[in-house]
Design a binder for this molecule. Structure first.
Ligand code: NAP
Ligand code: HSE
Length: 432
């Protein structure tokens, strides 16, 4: 029988939003956590940049600016990295693993780019590396994919994994606010950063779907492998037309596998109002997973924030602590056993919504239909909407078409003198 430790000591890197939540949860739930682990879990040292900053939690002498006080302390069992950013977080995590510490991290930036390096370092030292909070904040999704759904062949992972953009699209849909006004509001509420590029540009979601795709399909997917389009081009006009056609617009992170390869992308999409993801409002996140055995499942909750994110981090700490008490570690490290090809964006397939401004005269619609037809793009519906400065606004929904054929058809359309403007091109998630 393994000798139980009398305490499990944690060294934390960072005491910002998430770190503060972790400290609060470890204190508030200390008794039940100790019962679950078989020993108290103690926050022994916490690394910060500025020791003079006022803090919401009083950790006394535990606060330090000396990394070695954590990495060099043989009594610290688990290092929790909640600093964020790529560097020096990546180096600190590698150094912690190399020093034989188990690591819990919430850092999607590092995982989506350097996951392989981190897992190699953890395997080298036979230590745990857990990262539940890196995707979906408080929503359990990493552990479900790695453990609860491990018996499945995963068909598709499709999620709303960025709260800021979901809040913005919700306000644009429900309250008809325009993009600029709703972005300003999201910044004022503290959802969007002063530089909102990572959220509105889709890169935050791209990091998260790279992590999920790697697990779901057992092959390493990095940020650079994800095709990314954000919500900056979405207008209230498109949202209104989506509603009339029975859809809502959501920023979706999608990963699927077919004989064309592993397809990983982030883009706004029309999603049927009847789809479970269509009902996900405000800053909430949800991840919809299809497995061959389980069928459809959905994981829903708060994708960010102090306490929800701390919930996931503390669960990982407890998991590691239980491993320590049982004398086991690194049971589930890297699960990228394969090296699968990626599906090039030209080979991806989807129906599309297209909004055009065209000259309002006989033969124009037929010419447009012809341009699509020449590239094997079949039209599902064509609706003439309003007049804009003597031009006709046309809304088309296509059947499923490859990215390449759509690109060629749009190229032809863009060169037609009767087509004044291609206002919007948005993928449609087909109702099953
Ligand atoms: P944050 O509020 O900016 O806090 C960062 C903390 O790290 C601060 O305490 C800061 O110290 C410390 N820090 C940063 N660089 C440092 C350095 N070079 N040396 C020492 N300390 C350093 O960040 P956060 O929002 O808590 O996010 C932490 C991580 O969790 C990120 O990876 C993020 O992506 C992830 N995450 C966050 C959320 C969320 O809702 N916030 C949700 C899911 C995942 P000072 O306090 O002294 O400045
Ligand atoms: N910026 C992210 C969001 C939260 O808006 O969902 C951290 O992952």
């Amino acid at each position: 029988m393994n000798q139980l430790k009398k305490t499990i000591n944690v060294g934390m890197l960072g005491l910002g939003t998430v770190g503060t939540g972790v400290a609060k949860v470890l204190t508030a739930n200390a008794h039940s956590i100790a019962q679950k682990v078989g020993a108290p879990v103690i926050l022994k040292k916490v690394l910060v940049r500025n020791p003079d900053k006022p803090r919401q939690v009083d950790l006394g002498d535990a606060v330090t600016t000396d990394l070695e006080a954590i990495l060099g302390d043989p009594d610290i069992d688990i290092v929790v990295e909640v600093m964020g950013g790529e560097q020096p977080a990546k180096d600190y995590v590698i150094r912690a693993l190399t020093a034989g510490k188990h690591v819990v991290t919430a850092n999607k930036d590092v995982l989506a780019k350097y996951g392989r390096d981190l897992f190699s370092a953890a395997a080298e030292k036979s230590v745990d590396l857990l990262f539940e909070a890196s995707v979906g904040g408080g929503i359990p999704i990493i552990r479900p994919l790695k453990q609860c759904l491990a018996g499945n062949k995963i068909r598709e992972v499709m999620g709303i994994v960025n709260g800021t953009t979901n809040y913005m699209l919700t306000r644009m849909t429900n309250d008809k606010m325009d993009y600029a006004a709703v972005l300003a509001e999201a910044q004022q509420k503290g959802y969007a950063e002063a530089d909102p590029t990572a959220d509105v540009g889709g890169f935050d979601a791209a990091r998260k779907i790279a992590i999920l795709a790697s697990i779901a399909f057992g092959t390493r997917v990095t940020l650079d492998d994800v095709s990314v389009e954000g919500i900056t081009g979405i207008t209230t006009q498109d949202i209104e037309y989506a509603g009339e056609l029975g859809y809502v617009i959501k920023l979706l992170a999608i990963a699927s596998e077919s004989d064309r390869g592993v397809d990983v992308r982030v883009h706004p999409a029309f999603i049927p109002k009847s789809h479970p993801l269509a009902a996900v409002q405000d800053v909430f996140n949800a991840i919809f997973v299809k497995g061959d055995a389980v069928g459809e499942t959905m994981f829903y909750g708060r994708g960010a924030g102090e306490m929800p994110t701390a919930s996931a981090v503390v669960a990982d700490i407890i998991d590691v602590a239980r491993d320590i008490q049982h004398g086991v570690a690194s049971r589930i490290l890297c699960t990228c056993f394969d090296n699968k090809p990626l599906c090039p964006i030209d080979k991806t397939e989807s129906p599309y919504y297209i909004r055009l401004l065209v000259e309002d005269k006989p033969g124009v619609l037929a010419a447009i239909a012809g341009a699509f037809g020449a590239q094997q793009v079949s039209l599902n519906s064509v609706i003439q909407k309003r007049k804009v400065d003597n031009l006709a606004e046309i809304v088309l929904i296509t059947y499923r078409v490859s990215g390449a054929n759509m690109r060629l058809a749009l190229g032809t359309l863009g060169g037609m003198p009767t087509v004044n403007k291609i206002s919007s091109v948005i993928r449609v998630v087909a109702a099953e």
